[in-house]
Design a protein around this ligand. Sequence first.
Ligand code: NAD
Length: 438
Amino acid sequence: METGKNGVSRRSFMKRSLVTGAAVSGLSIIGSPVVLGQAKKVFKIGLIGCGGRGRGAILNSVEAAEFLRENGVSVEVKVTALSDIYKDNLDATRKRLKDKGFDVPDAGCFFGFDGYKKLIDSGVDVVLLATPPVFRPLHLETAIKAGKHVFMEKPVAVDPVGAHRIIAAGELAKEKGLAITAGTQRRHQNTYLEGFKYVQDGAIGDILGGAVYWGGGSSWEQPRKPGWSNADYMIKNWANFVEMSGDHIIEQHVHNIDVMTWFLGGPPRVAIGFGARMRRNTGNQFDFFSVDFQFSKNRVHVHSMCRQIDGCYGRISEELIGRKGTMRSGRVKLFSKKKLARLELPVHRNPYVQEHVDLLEGVIKGKLFNEAKTVAESTMTGMMGRISAYTGKPVRWSDVASPEGRLTKLQLSPTAEDFEKGDVKVPEEKPPIPGREA
Ligand SMILES: NC(=O)c1ccc[n+]([C@@H]2O[C@H](COP(=O)([O-])OP(=O)(O)OC[C@H]3O[C@@H](n4cnc5c(N)ncnc54)[C@H](O)[C@@H]3O)[C@@H](O)[C@H]2O)c1
């Protein structure tokens, strides 16, 4: 069988909607004769946040269009706009794009904390959001109100107020016929899509429990330099302030938490968490968390662990245990030793590219992806664990999610709006101490 360079045969692409598209939530729908032969669809794309991930995301979007074309979909993306706080970051992205044949003109480059508005108003069709998480709700809301399709990086908020704004923007997107995909890439990855289908079909039986892990090394930090404003200091140290990142239980571990909520059909009922700070020199986050998430269905417990300390055991994975087998990072194994067939799912081998395939293809076919709610709920689940560990008290889903929940109105500051107003105070650089009232 002829296989494309991305590991998907044209034939399997053509079959996808008939064989698996409906069965596996999240799979896309290329290959319909309706798309083949249609006039070329051109998307103008703009990126807000030209750091490491933003640079990757915009190239992933370009690759997604190439992949769609290889598979008979007449589509082109044109990168027309970039926005960042810092010129050197924007210039580095601009250069990478120039090497790929995209010359973003000066008129398409927007700086400053209000640059996102100018980019959104610059005539783009699709906006990619890859700033630190604190800005995501404001940027998503503005993009959707302006009628733009959005790819947004995870996590999508740092507090419950932000997560609820994401959900509301997601609902507005549905009303306006706009697509939203998120950077929780496991939902676009072959192994996980296959595992999800098997688990949904009952291959491992009822889920009895599990564990999700992000055991990683320490992240970067930046001591304050003379001449930096408070905003500069917090932006350059965003991964060390809970107000900017949501803490690493959300910023990194949301990937594994998202697999947990996806496979278990929604968020947990309650979180009981532990954690502490041992080695950080800047900011106010913890270095590790250990959280027991308890789900209503069958009172299932899933243990979540995440750590950012060098020299420790490293593991990034998810495991669910059922009556008849296990799911480990997407792969399903049965206790009976019976082998399950590998499904040839018609997705790009790189899930970071597939996120954009799903976005663009959904728009072309009028079957819009909208991941705002799922990623907001996974982000809020991480918040339950974080707040429980910070305070030493259980946190229920109703505390953060229901309109009258005791934490639903929790908003950290400085907010995205404070950055735009230039009113940024650096929070106290101490971690919370569980058991003490704040
Ligand atoms: N899906 C994944 O696997 C994955 C991997 C890495 C990062 N991420 C996520 O992507 C996001 C960005 O991470 P990164 O590693 O690229 O960070 P980064 O620090 O490298 O880049 C962030 C960029 O945003 C710019 N910026 C900050 N505030 C801005 C604002 N208000 N308007 C415009 N630009 C602004 C910064 O100057 C910087 O260039 C984070 O949410 C992170 O969690 C996801």
